[in-house]
Design a protein around this ligand. Structure first.
Ligand SMILES: NC(=O)c1ccc[n+]([C@@H]2O[C@H](COP(=O)([O-])OP(=O)(O)OC[C@H]3O[C@@H](n4cnc5c(N)ncnc54)[C@H](OP(=O)(O)O)[C@@H]3O)[C@@H](O)[C@H]2O)c1
Length: 223
């Protein structure tokens, strides 16, 4: 699973490990990955989701073990108005959030389809179906991810592999740190956000469904 060094990914990794899965934890920060892998009895597989060669190397080391659940949770989040969003920021959001998920899925999905079983979890966002000011680059990536996911659902019919798009609202993770949301009146306060464990519980629910049962989309929000 990607994003395992981040707030949501780490919580999902811990939940899936507690549910009996052996976790292959992916991200770029090797020290954090190794610590997590050691704590949950998994394995650290560092790679950059935007680098196809890196992803291919990771696949070679993971695929031998087979893959029951693939989680695309790597992501970045930048806020700026449309006119203040430079090309570099737009490309960064698209590269990690959309192209990264594409790269990882293309690398690992064929093995799952060949095995005739497995689950792909894509971590989308409320910003993948709703518009918020200053979200153009991020939203473009998450709307794109939803389109990618919906095409995958069609292509996976009859293969035995299922896919779920998790679409959480705001979650209290380090992704918000550079924005200091509690000091910004137009952003949600951290105490009103979901916890990473809320998203992890949803991922655990989907991963625990019996064969033949699919949840293609799951939105998670604060009541
Ligand atoms: N927090 C929220 O409010 C919220 C709400 C809805 C959806 N989401 C989505 O949930 C996912 C996880 O977000 P989070 O809140 O847990 O963020 P986070 O704590 O900042 O974690 C981001 C993760 O993405 C990884 N990552 C970033 N760029 C990467 C790259 N080029 N290659 C590989 N890994 C990369 C980071 O790993 P390294 O730095 O180690 O590479 C880290 O593990 C994202 O897709 C985000 O869009 C978040």
């Amino acid at each position: 699973m990607t994003g395992a060094t981040g707030g949501i990914g780490e919580a999902v990794a811990r939940r899936l490990a507690a549910d009996g899965f052996r976790v292959c934890a992916a991200g770029r920060r090797v020290d954090r990955l190794e610590r997590l892998a050691g704590e949950v009895g998994g394995v650290a597989v560092p790679f950059d989701v935007t680098d196809e060669n890196d992803v291919a190397r990771a696949r070679a080391s993971v695929e031998a073990a087979g893959l029951d659940v693939l989680v695309n949770a790597a992501g970045v989040f930048d806020l700026a108005s449309v006119v203040q969003t430079g090309g570099e920021v737009l490309r960064r959001n698209l590269d990690v959030n959309l192209v990264g998920a594409f790269n990882v899925t293309r690398a690992f999905l064929p093995g799952m389809v060949a095995a005739g079983s497995g689950l792909l979890i894509n971590v989308g966002s409320v910003a993948g179906w709703r518009a918020f000011p200053e979200n153009s680059a991020y939203s473009a990536s998450k709307f794109g991810l939803r389109g990618f996911h919906e095409v995958l659902l069609e292509e996976l019919r009859g293969t035995g592999v299922t896919a779920c798009l998790l679409e959480p609202g705001a979650v209290d993770t380090p992704i918000w740190d550079p924005l200091d949301p509690d000091a910004a009146p137009h952003l949600p306060n951290r105490e009103r956000m979901l916890c990473p464990e809320d998203v992890a519980r949803a991922a655990g629910f989907v991963a625990g469904l019996p064969d033949g049962v699919a949840v293609p989309l799951l939105r998670i929000e604060r009541a």
